[in-house]
Design a protein around this ligand. Structure first.
Ligand SMILES: NC(=O)c1ccc[n+]([C@@H]2O[C@H](COP(=O)([O-])OP(=O)(O)OC[C@H]3O[C@@H](n4cnc5c(N)ncnc54)[C@H](OP(=O)(O)O)[C@@H]3O)[C@@H](O)[C@H]2O)c1
Length: 272
């Protein structure tokens, strides 16, 4: 099996893709913006996905790419896909579960990849359990003030996304597949907070935040109005239409997806 390039290698998912591939004894190269800061246990090459001309050294002699796209807009992703297609044969793209949603950058990048000549597999996860790390400061204070406490999601452990990526990168039969990945169970946001509290043995209360206040806070944090409104609309919908759990992780890996409790145990130190 040829060399695999992992992008986003310092991130939630990518760091597990790197370690799981390395443990399996495969040839791995990580693309990072700052190799000194990254300190990864595999070959590391500098590159910026948003500047396609910087990607050549990382792509040399690569057969497959685990790809994510940073940011909320397509930008110059077309140049990046062209650069990858010049070198590699296949790409596993970390997309999102947006097949039935209005047009987003995920749709556009999936289209670019489909038309690139590369073999492809799309991973379309729902919400990451790691998103709840955004509450860590409030959890330490004992109260999470956030909108839509009854929004129910099937959050996925980043280790499971990585395990599926590794499976797809290292076995045949996934070309042209788009896998919707979730955790095994639905939990409301208020339940997620309570469960984190249980795991770290601290009482944590949910406090419902008015939507307008949430919009202001999220704008200050994220800066992109379309992304903020998209998130608020999605959470509102999950109150009446909970995010459905899929059995894709079990089907592909032959074991159940990790639970949110397991995720919270793995991250207890991040909340303490
Ligand atoms: N959170 C969710 O619920 C959710 C759901 C579906 C899909 N997604 C998608 O999942 C992806 C995020 O995955 P994650 O949580 O594993 O990542 P993450 O922890 O947010 O980390 C981002 C990674 O991207 C790298 N990166 C950022 N800008 C870059 C650039 N210009 N060039 C090269 N690398 C760059 C960062 O590397 P350095 O900073 O070290 O350079 C880091 O490794 C995003 O594409 C997101 O849209 C997220």
């Amino acid at each position: 099996m040829g060399k695999i390039l992992v992008t986003g290698a310092t991130g939630n998912v990518g760091r597990h893709v790197v370690s799981q591939l390395a443990e399996a004894g495969l040839e791995v190269r990580a693309l990072v913006r700052d190799p000194e800061r990254a300190r990864l246990p595999v070959e590391t090459v500098r590159g910026d996905l948003t500047a396609a001309e910087t990607l050549e050294p990382a792509l040399r002699d690569v057969e497959s790419v685990f790809l994510l796209w940073p940011g909320f807009t397509t930008g110059n992703a077309a140049d990046m896909v062209t650069a990858i297609a010049k070198h590699a044969r296949r790409v596993v793209f970390l997309s999102a579960n947006v097949a039935d949603e209005p047009e987003t950058h995920y749709h556009e990048i999936e289209r670019l990849i489909r038309h690139s000549g590369l073999g492809w597999t799309f991973l379309r996860p729902g919400g990451f359990a790691a998103n709840t790390l955004g509450w860590a400061g409030q959890i330490r204070q004992g109260v999470v003030r956030w909108p839509f406490g009854q929004a129910s999601r099937s959050l996925i452990h980043e280790k499971d996304i990585a395990a599926v990526a590794v499976h797809v990168l290292t076995s045949a039969g996934h070309n042209g597949a788009a896998y919707v990945l979730t955790g095994p169970e639905q939990l409301t946001q208020a339940e997620q907070v309570r469960l984190i509290g249980e795991v770290i043995r601290r009482e944590v209360r949910w406090e419902e935040q008015p939507v307008e206040e949430a919009r202001e806070r999220l704008m200050a944090a994220w800066g992109d109005p379309a992304f903020v409104d998209g998130a608020l609309t999605t959470w509102e919908r999950f109150v009446t239409h909970p995010e459905q759990a899929t059995d894709t992780v079990r089907r592909l890996l032959g074991r159940p997806a990790l639970t949110f409790r397991q995720w919270a145990r793995d991250h207890a130190a991040d909340f303490s």
